[in-house]
Design a protein around this ligand. Structure first.
Ligand SMILES: [Zn+2]
Length: 197
């Protein structure tokens, strides 16, 4: 291995879900097997970095001020707001077709042990959104683990309103599972079987 190869492999390994072996395989592919793919990948990353941003309302990925979901007024009619950990969770729920309301992406979950507090999450404006958008139901589609549980408790206290029903998806997701890795059917049953929290 060379220093430049190792540097690339190290950066690839930093990506979510990529282990040492996968990073090594990707580096070999990009540098030796398909160098033209490396050109395309670096161009795509630079182009996306220039125009892709976080939606100023919900935190979803977008290229304008608002994402396509926030810009769609029909989404507001459902009166529900679904809170997710990552944009990839939002995308998985959208793909399932089980939910047609709006979202709020936290970009993380509370984890005191890892130094993640409320100030590190996209919580600014959530309470205001609930008030201004006339949200009647807050659906917590957060991971079924200790941090997800802590985040749900925090959000329930944040809302503190008789006008808003807080529910959490649960049924269908195994313990420790993330919304991201569930198939469409599991996600649909989890959403259908949500319980008042
Ligand atoms: Zn948005």
């Amino acid at each position: 291995m060379t220093p430049a190869f190792e540097a690339l492999q190290k950066e690839l390994k930093r990506l979510p879900g990529v282990g040492f072996r996968s990073a090594e395989r990707m580096a070999i592919y990009l540098l030796l097997e398909k160098p033209e793919a490396a050109e395309r990948l670096s161009e795509a990353i630079l182009r996306a970095r220039e125009c892709v941003r976080s939606c100023s309302v919900c935190g979803n990925v977008c290229e304008d001020e608002l994402c396509s979901i926030c810009a769609d007024s029909r989404r507001e009619e459902s009166g529900s707001l679904c809170v997710v950990e990552h944009v990839s969770d939002l995308m998985a729920i959208e793909k399932s077709g089980a939910y047609r309301g709006r979202y709020h992406v936290l970009h993380g979950k509370l984890s005191p042990i890892n130094g993640v507090g409320p100030e590190n999450l996209n919580l600014d404006g959530l309470a205001k959104r609930i008030e201004e958008e006339g949200v009647g139901e807050l659906i917590l589609a957060l991971p079924n683990d200790v941090e997800g549980e802590a985040t749900c408790h925090y959000l329930t206290e944040l809302v503190e309103s008789d006008k808003v029903e807080v529910s959490r998806i649960g049924f269908g997701l195994p313990s420790g599972a993330s919304v991201l890795y569930a198939d469409s059917g599991t996600l649909k049953s989890a959403l259908d079987a949500r319980k008042r929290y």
